[in-house]
Structure formats: C-alpha cells, structure tokens
Write a protein that binds this ligand. Structure first.
Ligand code: NDP
Length: 247
C-alpha cells in the first residue's frame, strides 16, 4: 500500500521546478520510475539524485517541449530505457500576463507553442505507449482554464485550450482504458511569475503572493498522486483546486 505506483513508469514535463518537481518526487515516492524533462538539465540532475537517494528511480531528460524533435526524442528515451510508459504528466508551461492591447506577440506565441502545442505534441507522441499500457494522462491547466481574468487573455486561451483538448481526448481514448485528468490549480507559490515581461502584472502577482497564503507545489502534487493512484475503473476527469484565500 506504500507503493501504489510500483511497476509504473511516469514522465513529468517541466520537472525542473515548482509543480513538476514536486509531482516527480511524489510519484517516485509512491513507487513509480520517473523520467523528468525540462530545459534546465542541472536542476533535473539534482532532482534525479535526490529521488535516487530516497530509494527511487529517475531519469533526467533535457527537452524543450516547444520543439517537436525534442518531444519525440524524449518519449523515445523513456520507452527505450524502461520499456513502457504508464503516466504522462503534461505540466511544462509559462504564464506571461499582459493586457491584450500591450501584449508582446512573442509572449503569446511562446505560451501557445509550449502550453498548448507542446502539450498536444507530447500527448500524441506518448499515446501509442499509453494505449499499450492502459495508461493515464494528466494535463495541468489552471483556474485560468475555467475563468478568464483581465490580463490573462493569452494565458487563459492556452489553458481553456488544454481543457478542451483534454475532454475531446478523454472521449477518444476511454475505450482503450486510457484515463485523462485535468488539474486546474489556483495560485501556487512557484517560479511561474518570474518570466512575466509586463512589469505591472509581474508586480501585481508578487503583491498577491505576499498578501495571501498560496498553495504549495506539494499541494498540487498530492492532487495528481490521488488521481493516478485510483483503481483502473476510476477516471478522475477534473480537479479544480484553489487556495482557501483565493476568491
Ligand atoms: P515553474 O515556473 O516553477 O515551472 C515551470 C516548468 O516548466 C519548469 O520546470 C520549466 O523548466 C518548464 N518549462 C518552461 N518552458 C519550457 C520549455 N520550453 N520546455 C520544457 N519545459 C519548460 O511554474 P509552475 O510549477 O507553477 O508551473 C507548472 C504548470 O502549472 C504550468 O503549466 C502552469 O501554467 C501551471 N499552473 C501554475 C499555477 C501557479 O500559480 N503557479 C496555477 C495554475 C497552473 P525549464 O525552464 O528548465 O525548461
């Protein structure tokens, strides 16, 4: 019972910090072998050795999820190393807040290419293996995939997109016994805000984080672990999880 994921192989994207890092550690502690992917390979190496020291198995893979070639190589590497793929956590993402009138077009493209196309490409590449394993796909959307706030038009477009993609996908693959879960976190204390290029919105997020008790990355990792630890008949389709302090 301490190792509900024993024998399973997981792949977590965006595992070099925040939610992805916490999720990889949680899945490994539950007995899964975990491949961790992102661009910052130094961070992934540190995480892998931490998982290894705790008695788990990890594999660090340098990959830019916005690049189709990296995505294909990443999935191939997991399967060639461990022979299967049971759990895919599509977590890599950026949140570049700005009002539409002032938005940097490169910010919009980055979000669409990573949060949406990257997630879709990774899913497509992994799907044959997930079907073979009767596996599980966990897509990290956001409260912004349910509620579109001013300043988040580009980001919300990608996260609503993730919700729509996931629901269509669920209905395509349930007959293959592949489960699909969407996670919709509210504000979580991570590095997500560090990349915002609009200074007003960056400061606004920092102010919100300073004046409320946000969720921790571990809170979201717990929700993901719950979803993927259910018996095969249980398909947790959606988890919307806000900090108690968030409206
Ligand atoms: P972090 O910034 O801490 O983590 C983001 C992760 O994505 C990092 O590991 C980063 O790694 C990775 N990443 C970024 N760009 C790329 C890329 N091109 N290729 C591969 N990996 C990439 O933020 P969070 O942990 O908060 O974010 C994780 C997910 O959670 C995102 O999808 C985010 O939208 C979502 N989310 C977060 C919320 C929050 O309040 N924090 C709320 C709701 C949803 P690297 O830079 O090394 O590549």
């Amino acid at each position: 019972a301490n190792s509900p994921l024993a024998g399973k192989v997981a792949l977590v994207t965006g595992a070099s910090s925040g939610i992805g890092e916490a999720t990889a550690a949680a899945l490994a502690a539950a007995g899964a072998k975990v491949a961790v992917a992102a661009r910052r390979i130094d961070r992934l190496a540190t995480l892998s050795s931490r998982i290894g020291k705790a008695g788990g198995a990890a594999l660090a893979i340098e990959a830019d999820i916005a690049k189709g070639g990296d995505v294909a190589a990443m999935v191939d590497k997991v399967v060639s190393e461990w022979g299967r793929l049971d759990i895919l956590v599509n977590n890599a993402g950026v949140m570049l807040l700005a009002p539409a009138a002032d938005a940097d077009l490169d910010d919009w493209r980055r979000m669409i290419e990573l949060n949406l196309i990257g997630l879709m490409t990774t899913t497509k590449a992994a799907l044959p293996h997930l079907k073979a394993a009767k596996g599980h796909i966990v897509n990290v959307s956001s409260v912004a995939g349910r509620v579109a706030n001013p300043g988040a038009s580009g980001y919300a477009a990608t996260k609503f997109g993730v919700v729509a993609f996931s629901e269509s996908l669920r209905r395509e693959v349930y007959a293959d016994k592949v489960r699909v879960t969407v996670i919709e976190p509210g504000l979580v204390r991570t590095e997500l805000g560090d990349h915002i290029t609009n200074q007003e919105f960056k400061a606004g997020l920092e102010h919100r984080l300073a004046t409320m008790e946000a969720l921790t990355a571990e809170d979201i990792a717990n929700a993901i672990l719950y979803a993927v630890s259910q018996p095969p008949r249980v398909n947790i389709n959606e988890i919307l999880i806000r900090p108690t302090d968030q409206e």
